[in-house]
Design a protein around this ligand. Structure first.
Ligand SMILES: [Zn+2]
Length: 196
């Protein structure tokens, strides 16, 4: 293992991954979702849920599936997954979202700001921020097209592992939206960087 780090509750973290290195994201308490955004190290390519749906043919991704860039290159491969349900439809929660949807006035911690701040620290301009891979976030698409949130399926200690397919700048956020976390207050996550 190269390093291990906590993602603070409602906070973010940033890291570099070299091609072939693996990122293991852990839910120490269970039931907590988070956001993952990756850019190529040169900032020219960003994660694309649309391209990932194109080449994978599905919206629920797990072990063996590839996360693609907006320039149609593989960025990450999911190589292990204790949980098996993640969302790749929703944008990161943002200050505007909390205001429009929940009537929040004043500042509210949000994944958009966490991810943007971490990417800037890695010298990658975050605008526009792509749709995040919302790991452990449990969203059902009903037959009529409506979207329903359920509690994340992650149990304490559950993890998923992605392998970098190119050199990457990576930002992660422990999502503070209680609707995505079974109504619970924000809790921390953790990650490790592993070599194959
Ligand atoms: Zn969020």
């Amino acid at each position: 293992m190269l390093m291990e780090q906590v993602i603070p509750a409602a906070g973010g973290a940033g890291l570099h991954l070299k091609r072939g290195e693996q990122l293991r994201i852990i839910d120490p308490n269970g039931g907590q979702s988070g956001d993952l955004v990756v850019f190529s190290q040169d900032g020219r390519q960003r994660l694309s849920n649309g391209r990932t749906f194109d080449y994978g043919g599905k919206i629920y991704l797990s072990t063996g599936d590839v996360l693609w860039s907006d320039r149609s290159e593989p960025m990450l491969t999911i190589v292990a997954d204790d949980v098996g349900r993640h969302d790749f439809l929703y944008s990161p929660c943002s200050l505007e979202m909390y205001r429009i949807q929940y009537g929040v006035t004043g500042y509210h911690a949000n994944c958009h700001d966490n991810l943007s701040a971490e990417l800037r620290k890695l010298s990658v301009p975050p605008d526009p921020l792509p749709t995040a891979f919302n790991f452990f976030m449990n969203v059902h698409v009903k037959e009529d097209g409506n979207l329903v949130f359920a509690r994340p399926r992650s149990l304490p200690g559950d993890a998923f592992v992605v392998r970098a397919e190119m050199d990457l700048a990576v930002a992660v956020s422990a999502c503070p939206a209680s609707t995505c976390n079974g109504g619970a207050p924000p809790r921390p996550l953790a990650f490790e960087i592993l070599r194959e």
